[in-house]
Structures are given as structure tokens and as C-alpha cells.
Design a protein around this ligand. Structure first.
Ligand code: OAD
Length: 239
């Protein structure tokens, strides 16, 4: 591990341009459950059963109750040393693009700016009728499902299974990864596409890939440096 950590450190130090992809694992130590794993269940539903347009059409109340519960957990949580380490890394780097699959906003709260949120933001609500996006950070929401001023039903401003990613954000993420010297992948199971495809893009573009995860993923064997351990400890150690 020490050798790998040292190698990864060196790669980061010499990089002109760094891209970072984070997943639910970076927020795990803030107390926010990940999507896959023993703590991920809510009232016996799996996230895959709730995070779909079909589930929302069938039962918006149920889906909103799940999001309202998650908003409560996130509001009570704070960024951890992993989030803070990425702020420091951005300050030191010549160029750094932070891409996250997380909708929790903890990178923003830690002080990261210009975060590319490829799966949206749980604090944004989007009207199903007039398409307007409203920011609402109230916890719990006073009415479920919440309503827009136009009378339409609001939905969480996140990307669900089967939906497209926000095009401009995704394009910026692909550009940043393909142009980077080092791609740091933190706390993601890397099974949800297209986000996980950024790792393939990095490898195809000859980018050095560093993975930080408590467990092995399908990419661990093929990345340049696989660092095992909790991101709240490994990321500060990398700096
Ligand atoms: P997952 O729940 O699939 O994976 C979390 C990953 O974090 C796993 O690989 C864990 O081993 C790792 N992990 C857990 N605790 C960690 C820690 N303390 N330090 C480092 N790693 C840790 O979450 P994602 O990969 O983010 O999509 O899931 C991808 C997408 O699937 C999410 O964005 C969400 C979900 O459905 C949408 O909402 C569209």
C-alpha cells in the first residue's frame, strides 16, 4: 500500500490537469448510506426500485417519502475529511475538475466550486408541468409531493435509471477526463453507466487512473493505482 500510495502521490504532484470522479462512498463517512450494500435499504425497498420514472409515475408519494428521508439525513450530515481533501487538492493543482455522481451537495458545502453533478442535485426540484427548477432546502418538505407555483407536481431534480444525463454537464465531464493527466476515482462501485464509462475513457486516453475504495471494484485490477481504504483517511494521506 505504501508503495502504491507513494506512486499515486507522485502522479498527482506531477499532473498538470486532474479530473476526479466521486460516488456515494465519499459521503459514507458523513453518515449517508450508499446505494449498494447492507445499509442501503429503506423500508425494504432497493434504490433501483425507487429511482425510476416508472416508480414515480406509479407512486409519487412513496418516492418522495424516500427522497425526503434522504434529504433529512443529508441536512444533518457534514462534509468529512475526504470532501475537504479534494478542496485542498484543487487549491494545489494547476487545473482540477470535480465530477460527482452524488446528489447530496456535500462537495459544495465543503467548499468545492464548479462541481459537475452528472446525476443532478437533491436540493433542486423540477416541475413536471412547466419544467422550472426551484431550489428548496426545507427539511422535511411541508407537503409531499411538493407543488410548483404553476400547480404542477415537482419531482426531485436528479437523474433516474433510464433517463439521460444533463447533456452540457456530461460533455464537460468527458472533456475534462480525456484531457486530464490523472483521473482520481473515489468511492464508486463503478457499475452505473454512463458515469462508470469515464474510467474507460480515461484508460483509452492514456490517463493515469487512481482508485480509492474500501473494496475491490471491477476496475481495481486495471487501474494504475488501486488504494484500499476509507476515503476520509486515504484522500488526506494522498496529499
Ligand atoms: P454505490 O453504493 O454503488 O457504491 C459505493 C462504493 O463506495 C462501493 O464501491 C463501496 O465499496 C465504496 N465505499 C463505501 N464506503 C466507502 C468509504 N468510506 N471510502 C471509500 N469507498 C467507500 O454508489 P455509487 O457508485 O455512487 O445514481 O452509485 C452510482 C449511482 O447509483 C448513484 O449515483 C445513484 C445510484 O443509483 C442515481 O441516483 C442516478
Amino acid at each position: 500500500m505504501d508503495e502504491r500510495l507513494e506512486g499515486a502521490r507522485k502522479a498527482l504532484r506531477h499532473a498538470h490537469s486532474i479530473a476526479v470522479l466521486t460516488g456515494a462512498g465519499i459521503s459514507a463517512e458523513s453518515g449517508i448510506p450508499t446505494f449498494r450494500g447492507p445499509d442501503s435499504l429503506w423500508q425494504n425497498y432497493r434504490p433501483e426500485e425507487l429511482a425510476t420514472p416508472q416508480a414515480f409515475a406509479r407512486n409519487p408519494q412513496l418516492v418522495w417519502e424516500w427522497y425526503d428521508w434522504r434529504r433529512g439525513l443529508i441536512a444533518a450530515a457534514a462534509p468529512n475529511p475526504g470532501h475537504h481533501a479534494l478542496v485542498t487538492l484543487a487549491e494545489r493543482a494547476q487545473e482540477l475538475t470535480l465530477i460527482t455522481q452524488n446528489v447530496d451537495g456535500l462537495h459544495d458545502r465543503a467548499g468545492s466550486s464548479g462541481v459537475l453533478k452528472v446525476h443532478g442535485d437533491i436540493w433542486d426540484l423540477r416541475c413536471m408541468n412547466c419544467r422550472r427548477v426551484v431550489r428548496d432546502t426545507r427539511v422535511p418538505l411541508p407537503e409531499l409531493p411538493p407543488r410548483c407555483a404553476c400547480g404542477g407536481m415537482l419531482r426531485p431534480g436528479v437523474v433516474w435509471f433510464g433517463e439521460s444525463l444533463p447533456q452540457d454537464v456530461w460533455a464537460a465531464a468527458e472533456t475534462a477526463v480525456s484531457r486530464s493527466d490523472v483521473f482520481l476515482v473515489v468511492g464508486t462501485s463503478a457499475v452505473v453507466y454512463p458515469a462508470a464509462g469515464l474510467i474507460d475513457l480515461a484508460r483509452d486516453s492514456g490517463v493515469v487512473v487512481i482508485e480509492v475504495n474500501i473494496a475491490d471494484t471491477t476496475y481495481s485490477r486495471s487501474v494504475d493505482f488501486a488504494l484500499h481504504g476509507p476515503s476520509a483517511a486515504v484522500l488526506p494521506a494522498l496529499l
